[in-house]
Ligand binder design. Structure first.
Ligand code: ZN
Length: 166
């Protein structure tokens, strides 16, 4: 079954605005507009990104669609996950997705605009990603890059002193 989308309810838009005000005031100042969609799929992952299931995905609207008047970017959120998530988890995913957006600036530091006079955006990649084959962990244990990357990540998370972590 194909994923179906509905426009996000006001509560999602309101929480996004709150997160943008708190952590991404540059996006507010540049008047970046978001089209927010709730994605649902009863039989399969509602959202996939690079072939993997994802809770949300953000895309910069292409030039043709901007000319047609669509928002500057689109954010799709897995509705089933959203409905079970806490307010803190919801804020975290909205902050995560907004962090993917980077305003393009000129040499003077002003936001570049396209010929629709909309802010130019690019996507920031994650600081780190783990690519894991479980069978490689089975065969090579602590010598696998999988295990070493995971243990390195655990050490980094400990340094960050996760709040609420036992
Ligand atoms: Zn991401």
């Amino acid at each position: 079954m194909a994923t179906t989308y509905v426009p996000a309810p006001d509560e999602v838009e309101d929480l996004l605005h709150e997160v943008l005000l708190a952590h991404h005031p540059d996006l507010i100042a540049a008047d970046v507009t978001f089209g927010v969609l709730m994605a649902a799929n009863d039989e399969d992952d509602a959202i996939t990104h690079h072939g993997y299931p994802a809770l949300a995905v953000i895309k910069v609207t292409n030039h043709k669609d901007r000319v047609l008047g669509l928002p500057d970017c689109s954010l799709a959120i897995d509705a089933a996950w959203w409905n079970t998530a806490s307010i803190e988890e919801r804020k975290a995913i909205l902050d995560h997705e907004a962090t993917h957006l980077v305003l393009m600036l000129d040499k003077q530091g002003a936001v570049k605009t396209d010929d629709c006079n909309r802010p130019k955006l690019k996507l920031r990649p994650h600081d780190l990603e783990l690519g894991v084959f479980l069978e490689i962990v089975d065969r090579h244990s602590k010598n696998s890059q999988e295990a070493q990357a995971y243990l390195g990540l655990v050490a980094t998370m400990k340094q960050k002193k996760l709040k609420g972590d036992a």
